[in-house]
Design a protein around this ligand. Structure first.
Ligand code: ADP
Ligand code: MG
Length: 591
């Protein structure tokens, strides 16, 4: 089977997008490869297609791709997508029960599975590392590979463990990212131990996008003005969850109902998030006011306008979020609202994200006390943690405490996982004897025996259950299983804790007496953070250089042409027409 045949047979597409064929060819030739494609450029196919080709060419029909990716939500999406196409795929992440993890690994060992998705934290588990060497892995794909780099805006220390996996698995690696700054590109290849430098990239230029910065002290007024001027689907990014709602309400109170606005953030329950996302995708809602939790994995082609109400943390983040506009190639606007007053507020983000080391240590010790973990104990324990409650109970400030949890995660003391969809849990509260004397409906009876068979220990402790699997066991639907569980709970036969969205904290090591934050997780990162923020401020305050050129130069494309479409280029053209001094003084060249 050729790559093109695999593309057509499994995915139903006619031809490759730019660079996909070259990347796939490089992977099939057994080369370590770094693929730089912008968001939406089609990175997933770059590891999916060659894996299917390799498996088809293997005499035993074996071939499994280990996909390492930090985004659990996207992982689930991709697994579901592959399954829809009749390709076996599975995922392992923090929060799954041990039994579920073991089952997933067994499936990969014994079944014709093609893709195993794991979060980087899995690589810290000795058991996982031992088992992974037994699997018929033919390729390691590292998605969101900028996370492996110090210089990437989303650095995750657990990504550095991938190098260890490479030592025990002698297969090529494919790294994928949409972050193209030269330092990151260099670092990814270095960290992953590329035998030879090998980078494929397309230009990140987006010719149909108009980048604009509006300086104003009346952001609300400007927002309404722009929303009225530019018709079509719009996204408004703000940084604060509460503000998403307030702004959406403000828009709805000021504009006609045709301009319906809704809000979205990661704190909402999954069902509500899906409904809001769907309504916006179908253009029933025109405007979505959201935090940066919105947009990942959403592929709406006809977004005409992306407004940033607050300054993003970096040019990478801005480029990615603004880039959700105009996927269909038609003209679209990316507007940043900026007020002179923002500068001081924005600078405050540095200490907010990097509170003093003593404070981080204090949060750690208080957290352990709060969860009653004694010194030297707690290894491998997982707790649901309501951070706001924790802060209230321990008299801690929310913002810096939250940052401290992230820093402690980066330093390996804990794994704090913000907003994870927790599987439902069940405990059978009657004892076995009493169960036999009940007369449940036949379906309930079968459900109870399926629960007992699948989840040992269900009589003593609430066990995580997997609705799709139970539905499969019973030849029924998730909805029917769920209703039946609710009915059983009402009869006090079981205790049922439905699926919920919670934050989880896990302790990979026992409680330590003190906290040491190495330069790599603290001082160096703080500097990277401050530098990126500074570059973003310079973008906002720039009034000399073409905005597109400025960004592309930052991404290592110093030769990019003037876009002719940003506010600076347009002001420049107007000045030329009226014979005034042009605004653009010279082309932006970062070197
Ligand atoms: P990225 O990870 O680079 O952001 P994805 O891999 O999620 O992008 O792909 C974005 C979308 O493009 C998906 O819906 C995918 O199915 C589609 N796509 C990818 N490659 C092709 C192709 N060759 N032809 C048509 N559609 C494609
Ligand atoms: Mg992707």
């Amino acid at each position: 089977m050729t790559a093109l045949e695999a593309l057509q047979t499994y995915f139903g597409y006619d031809s490759f997008r730019p660079m996909q064929a070259e990347i796939i060819e490089s992977v099939l030739a057994g080369n370590d490869t770094l693929a730089l494609l912008p968001t939406g450029g089609g990175k997933s196919l770059c590891f999916q297609v060659p894996t299917l080709v390799m498996a088809a060419g293997d005499s035993e029909g074996e071939g499994l791709c280990l996909v390492i990716t930090p985004l659990i939500a996207l992982m689930k999406d991709q697994v579901a997508n592959l399954r829809e196409r009749g390709i076996l795929a599975t995922a392992i992440y923090t929060g799954m029960s041990r039994e579920e993890q073991r089952t997933a690994l067994d499936n990969c060992l014994y079944g014709p599975y093609r893709f195993l998705y794991v979060s980087p934290e899995r690589l810290e588990s000795e058991e996982f590392l031992k088992r992974v060497t037994q699997l018929p892995i033919c390729l390691i794909a590292v998605d969101e590979a900028h996370c492996i780099s110090q210089w990437g805006y989303d650095f995750r220390p657990s990504y550095l463990r991938i190098a260890e996996i490479r030592n025990v698995l002698d297969v090529p690696v494919l790294a994928l990212t949409a972050t193209a700054t030269p330092e990151v590109v260099e670092d990814i290849q270095h960290q992953l131990g590329f035998r030879q430098p090998n980078v494929f990239r397309t230009s990140f230029a987006r010719e149909n996008l108009h980048y604009v910065v509006r300086r104003t002290d009346d952001k609300q007024g400007q927002l309404l003005h722009i929303l009225q001027r530019v018709p079509g689907s719009a996204i408004v990014y703000v940084r604060n969850r509460k503000r998403t709602r307030e702004l959406a309400e403000f828009i709805n109170s000021q504009l006609s109902t045709f301009n319906l606005a809704d809000y979205y953030h990661a704190g909402l329950p999954a069902s509500e998030r899906n409904a809001k996302q769907q309504a916006w995708k179908n253009s029933q809602t025109r405007i979505i006011v959201c935090t940066n939790a919105f947009g990942m994995g959403i592929d709406k082609p006809d977004v005409r306008l992306v407004i940033h109400y607050d300054l993003p943390d970096s040019i990478e983040a801005y480029f990615q979020e603004a880039g959700r506009a105009g996927r269909d190639g038609q003209q679209a606007w990316c507007v940043l609202l900026y007020s002179e007053r923002d500068k001081a507020i924005v600078k405050q983000r540095i200490p907010n994200n990097y509170p003093p080391a003593e404070e981080v240590e204090r949060v750690y010790q208080l957290l352990c006390d709060y969860l009653t973990i004694g010194l030297g104990s707690g290894r491998d324990a997982t707790f649901a943690l309501d951070v706001e409650q924790f802060c209230t109970d321990m008299h801690l400030p929310f913002l810096t405490t939250y940052s401290a949890l992230q820093l402690l995660t980066n330093a390996g003391y804990i794994i704090y996982n913000d907003e994870q969809d927790l599987q439902p849990r069940v405990r059978i509260t009657l004892d076995k004897e009493d169960l036999y004397h009940l007369d449940e409906s036949p379906f309930q009876e079968r459900l109870l025996s399926a629960l007992m068979r699948r989840y040992t220990g269900i009589f003593t402790e609430a066990q995580f259950i997997h609705l799709p699997r139970l539905a499969e066991d019973l030849g029924s639907t998730e909805f029917a299983v769920n209703s039946s569980l609710i009915a059983l709970a009402k009869q006090h036969i079981i205790r049922y804790i439905p699926a919920q969205r919670v934050s989880i904290v896990h302790f990979p090591v026992p409680r330590q007496a003190e906290v040491n934050l190495s330069a790599r997780v603290y001082a160096d990162r703080r500097k990277v953070f401050a530098d990126k923020l500074q570059a973003m401020l310079e973008y906002a305050e720039n009034d000399h250089y073409c905005r597109s050129q400025l960004m592309l130069g930052y991404f290592g494309e110093p030769e990019a042409p003037l876009c002719g479409a940003c506010d600076i280029c347009i002001a420049n053209r107007k000045a030329e027409v009226s014979n005034q001094q042009p605004k653009v003084q010279y082309c932006y060249n970062p070197v």
